[in-house]
Design a protein around this ligand. Structure first.
Ligand code: GLA
Length: 394
């Protein structure tokens, strides 16, 4: 997709054909598809109000080996869950959410069927290196790779693919997410982050400065509050828009509210709603400033914007947690670190830290030791290298 050369089988896909044969007996007609997870650098909780985000696709990805089943059955085997589930392909349009990992691929199949793509019987083997519940978008990686596997070479415009996968999550899985994760999984590119305008659904590639690294540190926790708080925030943003519209009728989403307009209306908003909107309005502004700073290699400014974003998510949007705050505060005391913030939906998952490449080894060591001492948990740390968007692996 997105004009990238196809990836070749190596690393995570080594032996995927044999694994498929072991699971299903035959590998005739086998094709392998990949869709990456992402780390969001800045622009958090701004996508569902049609604002700006700046994620990058990662090397961590979901791989699906798929072949026609020939018997009208759709079989989904997940290596991580070591479980296979079967569905009648022709009846997938009637499927409903089950609260199970299969909701993501089934939701995608359901949306494909609704969009007029015939769902054929197929056997799928799902392998993933995106840690689940880490805030690195394992769901979008599963959705997008499932769509490609089910399409099995049939064409779909990239933007339609991203939107279809988002619909699977919103309408089928019932999680009212924005477009960021699916979009960057489709449009990611080697060596560049992606600035996305979540209203026009256009993007531009932003090269990152030389000499800096981005590392994601996984708290290894995922607090149960996350899903309900996410819905609550979506609702609070809608309340803010409804209030602001009483005075400015052309405001359709928080995207239409700039800093000056917000300052003029904020006293009319209920206090909690005002704090949520304050985050979103300023976060959109930060994305635009971060893009410019990145293009001009203003490293200190980039770092400051990351920290401002975190403080805003911590105090105004209230989606952080003790583990994330600890990782950010600890990172900021380590030499060579420019900035750090939570990334993704929050309530656990990962932080992303920008640092000098020369400081990476010291940072890994210091942050692991501090986190272990504080929480008795060893954090996983991932080197975030911008990588290509979804496609077939040849
Ligand atoms: C989750 C959602 C995204 C986005 C982020 C927060 O990852 O899936 O759409 O809203 O949270 O920025």
């Amino acid at each position: 997709m997105a004009g990238e050369p196809p990836r070749t089988m190596s690393g995570a896909t080594a032996g995927i054909g044999e694994a498929f044969r072991r699971q299903y007996g035959t590998a005739e007609g086998l094709r392998v598809f990949r869709a990456p997870g992402r780390v969001n650098l800045i622009g958090e909780h701004t996508d569902y109000t049609l604002g700006f985000v700046m994620p990058m696709a990662l090397d961590l990805a979901t791989y699906i080996a798929a072949a026609p089943s020939g018997d009208g059955r759709l079989r989904l085997y997940s290596e991580i869950h070591d479980e296979v589930r079967e569905f009648e392909a022709a009846l997938i349009i009637q499927a409903v959410r089950e609260g199970h990992w299969t909701d993501y691929p089934v939701g995608v199949a359901h949306q494909l069927a609704r969009a007029g793509f015939k769902i054929e019987g197929a056997n799928l083997l799902i392998r993933s290196t995106v840690p689940e519940g880490s805030g690195l978008s394992s769901s979008a990686a599963l959705e997008v790779s499932s769509a490609l596997a089910l399409l099995h070479g049939r064409e779909i415009p990239p933007l339609d693919l991203a939107r279809l996968c988002q619909r699977a999550e919103v309408d089928f899985v019932k999680m009212p997410c924005g477009i960021m994760d699916q979009y960057v999984s489709v449009f990611g590119r080697d060596h560049a982050a992606v600035e996305i305008d979540c209203r026009s659904l256009e993007h531009r590639y932003v090269p990152l400065p030389e000499g800096v690294a981005f590392l994601a540190v996984n708290t290894m926790v995922k607090h149960a509050l996350g899903a309900s708080a996410y819905r609550e925030r979506v609702q609070e943003c809608a309340t803010a828009v409804a209030e602001i519209r009483r005075r400015f009728s052309d405001v359709e989403s928080l995207r239409d509210v700039n800093v000056a307009l917000f300052e003029s209306v904020k006293s009319a908003l209920p206090p909690v709603v005002a704090r949520r909107a304050h985050h979103v309005v300023h976060e959109n502004d930060r994305v635009n400033r971060f893009v410019v700073a990145s293009e001009q290699a203003q490293l200190d400014l980039m770092g400051r914007l990351l920290v401002e974003s975190h403080r805003s998510l911590q105090h105004d949007y209230e989606v952080s947690c003790a583990e994330l705050d600890f990782l950010v505060d600890t990172a900021l005391d380590i030499e060579g670190v420019y900035g750090s913030r939570m990334t993704g939906g929050g309530f656990g998952g990962c932080t992303v830290t920008m640092l000098e490449t020369g400081a990476v080894a010291r940072f890994r060591d210091a942050i692991s030791r501090a986190y272990e001492k504080q929480f008795q948990i060893t954090p996983q740390i991932y080197d975030c290298k911008p990588s290509a968007g979804a496609g077939e692996v040849s």
